[in-house]
Unconditional design. Sequence first.
Length: 133
Amino acid sequence: KCAPSTPERNSISTGPKCDLAGMWKCVYIEKGAQSVELKDKKVFWSFQGKLLLLEDKTGAHSWILYHFNKKGNTLELREPYRYDRENGDEPLTEPPLLAFYGIDDMAVTFTIQQSENTMALVSNKVTLHFKKF
């Protein structure tokens, strides 16, 4: 759980006390005029250890595995792979498979804005909104 930086229970925290561990449902992608509502979709980001799994639970889009590094309120994603446990995860060399998840680059850095049950990941190109699952 994210410990707010102020005594207010529902305040937003961008401090190092925020915990990303677990599963987050992506509900909205803000990308200029191309914003996308995802609350009725099954798009999840799961953080465990230093790995992040991006999942489309409908199976329509490839799952993506990222290495991540969190420093304070900064989240760095790097070294994406197409998730494939049967044949071996395949390193990505081009970003098209990432677009569905709101990511345009192979490596990306976000600023984390988090409350107890919600999170926004903000980059210079996109803001991704999540609810804790």
